[in-house]
Design a protein around this ligand. Structure first.
Ligand SMILES: *Cc1c(COP(=O)(O)O)cnc(C)c1O
Length: 239
Protein backbone atom coordinates (compact mmCIF):
# COMPACT_ATOMS: atom_id res chain seq x y z
CA UNK A 1 0.00 0.00 0.00
CA UNK A 2 1.25 3.48 -0.81
CA UNK A 3 0.94 6.05 1.97
CA UNK A 4 -1.77 7.89 0.12
CA UNK A 5 -3.73 4.70 -0.43
CA UNK A 6 -3.54 3.87 3.30
CA UNK A 7 -4.61 7.40 4.18
CA UNK A 8 -7.60 7.28 1.85
CA UNK A 9 -8.53 3.81 3.10
CA UNK A 10 -8.47 4.98 6.72
CA UNK A 11 -10.48 8.11 5.92
CA UNK A 12 -13.03 6.10 3.94
CA UNK A 13 -13.38 3.67 6.84
CA UNK A 14 -14.01 6.59 9.17
CA UNK A 15 -16.70 8.01 6.90
CA UNK A 16 -18.23 4.57 6.49
CA UNK A 17 -18.42 4.26 10.31
CA UNK A 18 -20.13 7.64 10.54
CA UNK A 19 -22.71 6.74 7.88
CA UNK A 20 -23.37 3.35 9.48
CA UNK A 21 -23.80 4.92 12.93
CA UNK A 22 -26.12 7.60 11.54
CA UNK A 23 -28.21 4.95 9.77
CA UNK A 24 -28.43 2.88 12.96
CA UNK A 25 -29.43 5.94 14.99
CA UNK A 26 -32.14 6.78 12.46
CA UNK A 27 -33.44 3.22 12.18
CA UNK A 28 -32.43 3.12 8.51
CA UNK A 29 -30.67 0.32 6.64
CA UNK A 30 -27.12 1.14 5.55
CA UNK A 31 -28.04 0.35 1.92
CA UNK A 32 -30.48 3.26 1.90
CA UNK A 33 -27.60 5.75 1.83
CA UNK A 34 -25.06 6.03 -1.00
CA UNK A 35 -21.70 7.71 -0.49
CA UNK A 36 -20.54 10.05 -3.24
CA UNK A 37 -16.91 11.12 -2.83
CA UNK A 38 -16.30 14.71 -3.93
CA UNK A 39 -12.87 14.63 -5.57
CA UNK A 40 -12.67 18.30 -6.63
CA UNK A 41 -9.16 19.81 -6.46
CA UNK A 42 -7.63 16.33 -6.03
CA UNK A 43 -5.80 14.52 -8.86
CA UNK A 44 -6.97 11.65 -11.05
CA UNK A 45 -4.48 9.41 -9.18
CA UNK A 46 -6.59 9.83 -6.04
CA UNK A 47 -9.74 8.94 -7.99
CA UNK A 48 -7.98 5.79 -9.19
CA UNK A 49 -6.98 4.85 -5.64
CA UNK A 50 -10.53 5.46 -4.43
CA UNK A 51 -11.89 3.26 -7.19
CA UNK A 52 -9.53 0.52 -6.06
CA UNK A 53 -10.88 0.95 -2.54
CA UNK A 54 -14.43 0.32 -3.75
CA UNK A 55 -15.74 3.85 -4.35
CA UNK A 56 -18.21 3.85 -7.26
CA UNK A 57 -19.64 7.39 -7.19
CA UNK A 58 -17.53 10.53 -7.48
CA UNK A 59 -18.42 14.20 -7.84
CA UNK A 60 -16.76 17.28 -9.28
CA UNK A 61 -17.80 20.94 -9.37
CA UNK A 62 -15.77 22.51 -12.20
CA UNK A 63 -15.81 21.27 -15.77
CA UNK A 64 -12.24 22.44 -16.45
CA UNK A 65 -10.98 20.03 -13.78
CA UNK A 66 -13.59 17.31 -14.16
CA UNK A 67 -13.36 16.72 -17.92
CA UNK A 68 -9.66 15.71 -18.00
CA UNK A 69 -10.02 13.74 -14.76
CA UNK A 70 -12.98 11.76 -16.06
CA UNK A 71 -11.08 11.10 -19.29
CA UNK A 72 -8.04 9.86 -17.34
CA UNK A 73 -10.32 7.52 -15.35
CA UNK A 74 -12.57 6.33 -18.18
CA UNK A 75 -11.40 2.73 -17.69
CA UNK A 76 -12.75 2.67 -14.12
CA UNK A 77 -16.28 1.58 -13.08
CA UNK A 78 -17.29 5.03 -11.80
CA UNK A 79 -20.40 7.17 -11.98
CA UNK A 80 -19.65 10.89 -12.24
CA UNK A 81 -21.82 13.52 -10.59
CA UNK A 82 -21.57 17.20 -11.44
CA UNK A 83 -22.34 19.29 -8.34
CA UNK A 84 -21.15 22.83 -9.18
CA UNK A 85 -22.81 25.91 -10.57
CA UNK A 86 -23.05 25.20 -14.27
CA UNK A 87 -22.83 27.72 -17.09
CA UNK A 88 -24.63 26.78 -20.26
CA UNK A 89 -21.41 27.04 -22.31
CA UNK A 90 -19.96 24.14 -20.30
CA UNK A 91 -22.94 21.84 -20.77
CA UNK A 92 -21.73 20.21 -23.98
CA UNK A 93 -18.61 19.01 -22.21
CA UNK A 94 -20.32 18.00 -18.97
CA UNK A 95 -22.84 15.68 -20.63
CA UNK A 96 -20.03 13.65 -22.16
CA UNK A 97 -18.93 12.31 -18.75
CA UNK A 98 -21.56 13.21 -16.13
CA UNK A 99 -24.13 10.55 -15.34
CA UNK A 100 -25.99 12.93 -13.05
CA UNK A 101 -26.03 16.72 -12.86
CA UNK A 102 -27.03 17.63 -9.30
CA UNK A 103 -27.08 21.40 -9.74
CA UNK A 104 -29.99 22.00 -12.13
CA UNK A 105 -31.53 25.31 -11.09
CA UNK A 106 -33.03 27.13 -14.09
CA UNK A 107 -35.02 26.37 -17.20
CA UNK A 108 -32.35 27.69 -19.57
CA UNK A 109 -29.96 25.13 -18.13
CA UNK A 110 -32.54 22.36 -18.58
CA UNK A 111 -32.93 23.28 -22.24
CA UNK A 112 -29.16 23.40 -22.80
CA UNK A 113 -28.63 20.05 -21.05
CA UNK A 114 -31.39 18.47 -23.10
CA UNK A 115 -29.97 19.68 -26.41
CA UNK A 116 -26.46 18.55 -25.46
CA UNK A 117 -27.59 15.16 -24.13
CA UNK A 118 -29.52 14.40 -27.29
CA UNK A 119 -26.57 15.45 -29.44
CA UNK A 120 -24.24 13.23 -27.38
CA UNK A 121 -26.68 10.33 -27.49
CA UNK A 122 -26.71 10.19 -23.68
CA UNK A 123 -29.37 10.16 -20.99
CA UNK A 124 -28.39 12.47 -18.15
CA UNK A 125 -29.94 12.27 -14.70
CA UNK A 126 -30.93 15.59 -13.17
CA UNK A 127 -31.34 16.69 -9.58
CA UNK A 128 -32.96 20.03 -8.91
CA UNK A 129 -30.75 22.02 -6.55
CA UNK A 130 -32.91 23.71 -3.92
CA UNK A 131 -31.59 26.92 -2.33
CA UNK A 132 -32.92 27.78 1.12
CA UNK A 133 -31.12 31.13 1.06
CA UNK A 134 -33.01 32.28 -2.05
CA UNK A 135 -36.12 34.44 -2.18
CA UNK A 136 -39.09 33.33 -4.26
CA UNK A 137 -38.20 33.34 -7.95
CA UNK A 138 -34.49 33.86 -7.33
CA UNK A 139 -31.37 31.74 -7.08
CA UNK A 140 -29.13 31.09 -4.09
CA UNK A 141 -25.64 32.46 -3.49
CA UNK A 142 -24.16 29.06 -4.33
CA UNK A 143 -26.73 28.21 -6.99
CA UNK A 144 -30.05 26.48 -6.56
CA UNK A 145 -33.65 27.50 -7.09
CA UNK A 146 -35.95 28.78 -4.33
CA UNK A 147 -38.32 26.02 -3.11
CA UNK A 148 -41.34 27.46 -4.92
CA UNK A 149 -39.52 27.07 -8.24
CA UNK A 150 -39.19 23.29 -7.94
CA UNK A 151 -42.51 22.16 -9.52
CA UNK A 152 -42.07 24.10 -12.76
CA UNK A 153 -38.46 22.99 -13.14
CA UNK A 154 -39.49 19.37 -12.48
CA UNK A 155 -42.08 19.51 -15.26
CA UNK A 156 -39.53 21.00 -17.62
CA UNK A 157 -36.96 18.27 -16.92
CA UNK A 158 -39.59 15.51 -17.08
CA UNK A 159 -40.63 16.75 -20.51
CA UNK A 160 -37.11 17.19 -21.87
CA UNK A 161 -35.53 14.71 -24.26
CA UNK A 162 -32.28 13.15 -23.09
CA UNK A 163 -32.89 14.02 -19.44
CA UNK A 164 -34.21 11.99 -16.51
CA UNK A 165 -35.65 13.62 -13.39
CA UNK A 166 -33.94 11.83 -10.49
CA UNK A 167 -34.72 14.03 -7.47
CA UNK A 168 -33.39 16.88 -5.37
CA UNK A 169 -30.12 18.23 -3.98
CA UNK A 170 -29.27 20.91 -1.47
CA UNK A 171 -26.31 22.46 0.31
CA UNK A 172 -27.03 23.57 3.89
CA UNK A 173 -27.43 27.36 3.66
CA UNK A 174 -25.04 29.88 5.24
CA UNK A 175 -27.70 32.62 5.16
CA UNK A 176 -31.43 32.92 5.60
CA UNK A 177 -33.77 31.31 8.14
CA UNK A 178 -32.01 27.92 8.06
CA UNK A 179 -28.45 29.22 8.50
CA UNK A 180 -26.67 27.20 11.17
CA UNK A 181 -29.41 24.57 11.27
CA UNK A 182 -28.62 22.04 8.54
CA UNK A 183 -31.04 19.49 10.02
CA UNK A 184 -33.98 21.89 9.59
CA UNK A 185 -33.02 22.58 5.96
CA UNK A 186 -32.69 18.85 5.24
CA UNK A 187 -36.08 18.15 6.86
CA UNK A 188 -37.56 20.85 4.62
CA UNK A 189 -35.87 19.26 1.58
CA UNK A 190 -37.52 15.94 2.48
CA UNK A 191 -40.95 17.62 2.54
CA UNK A 192 -40.31 19.09 -0.89
CA UNK A 193 -39.17 15.64 -2.04
CA UNK A 194 -42.43 14.03 -0.83
CA UNK A 195 -44.42 16.52 -2.85
CA UNK A 196 -42.20 16.00 -5.91
CA UNK A 197 -42.57 12.21 -5.68
CA UNK A 198 -46.37 12.51 -5.66
CA UNK A 199 -46.12 13.66 -9.28
CA UNK A 200 -42.81 12.00 -10.21
CA UNK A 201 -42.50 8.75 -8.23
CA UNK A 202 -39.15 7.79 -9.78
CA UNK A 203 -37.54 11.08 -8.71
CA UNK A 204 -36.59 9.63 -5.34
CA UNK A 205 -32.96 10.71 -4.92
CA UNK A 206 -32.29 13.16 -2.11
CA UNK A 207 -28.70 14.40 -2.12
CA UNK A 208 -27.81 16.26 1.08
CA UNK A 209 -25.06 16.31 3.64
CA UNK A 210 -21.31 16.89 3.36
CA UNK A 211 -18.35 16.18 5.67
CA UNK A 212 -19.64 18.49 8.41
CA UNK A 213 -23.31 17.54 8.41
CA UNK A 214 -23.75 14.07 6.90
CA UNK A 215 -25.34 12.77 10.14
CA UNK A 216 -28.06 15.43 9.91
CA UNK A 217 -28.73 14.44 6.30
CA UNK A 218 -28.96 10.73 7.08
CA UNK A 219 -31.27 11.46 10.04
CA UNK A 220 -33.53 13.56 7.80
CA UNK A 221 -33.75 10.80 5.17
CA UNK A 222 -31.17 11.64 2.51
CA UNK A 223 -30.42 8.87 0.00
CA UNK A 224 -27.03 10.30 -1.06
CA UNK A 225 -24.32 12.14 0.91
CA UNK A 226 -21.52 14.08 -0.82
CA UNK A 227 -18.29 13.87 1.13
CA UNK A 228 -15.01 15.54 0.14
CA UNK A 229 -12.78 16.74 2.98
CA UNK A 230 -13.42 13.82 5.32
CA UNK A 231 -12.15 11.38 2.67
CA UNK A 232 -9.47 13.35 0.78
CA UNK A 233 -8.31 15.94 3.31
CA UNK A 234 -8.70 19.68 3.65
CA UNK A 235 -8.66 21.47 0.30
CA UNK A 236 -6.67 24.65 -0.35
CA UNK A 237 -9.00 27.67 0.12
CA UNK A 238 -10.98 29.39 -2.62
CA UNK A 239 -12.85 26.64 -4.38
C1 LIG B 1 -17.25 20.45 -2.10
C2 LIG B 1 -18.66 20.02 -2.08
C3 LIG B 1 -19.08 18.98 -1.24
C4 LIG B 1 -18.15 18.27 -0.26
O1 LIG B 1 -17.87 19.13 0.80
P1 LIG B 1 -16.93 18.65 2.01
O2 LIG B 1 -17.22 19.64 3.07
O3 LIG B 1 -15.52 18.73 1.51
O4 LIG B 1 -17.33 17.28 2.36
C5 LIG B 1 -20.41 18.59 -1.31
N1 LIG B 1 -21.28 19.19 -2.14
C6 LIG B 1 -20.92 20.18 -2.96
C7 LIG B 1 -21.94 20.80 -3.84
C8 LIG B 1 -19.60 20.64 -2.95
O5 LIG B 1 -19.26 21.65 -3.76
Amino acid sequence: MTDRRSELAANLAGVEDRIAAACAAAGRRREEVTLIVVTKTYPADDVRLLSGLGVRQVAENRDQDAAPKAAACSDLPLSWHFVGQLQTNKVRSVVTYADIVQSVDRSRLVDALSTAAVRAGREVGCLIQVAFDAESGERGDRGGVAPDGVPALAERIAGAQGLRLDGLMTVAPLAGPYAGDPRASFDRLMEISSRLRADHPAANMVSAGMSADLEDAVAAGATHVRVGTAVLGVRPRLR
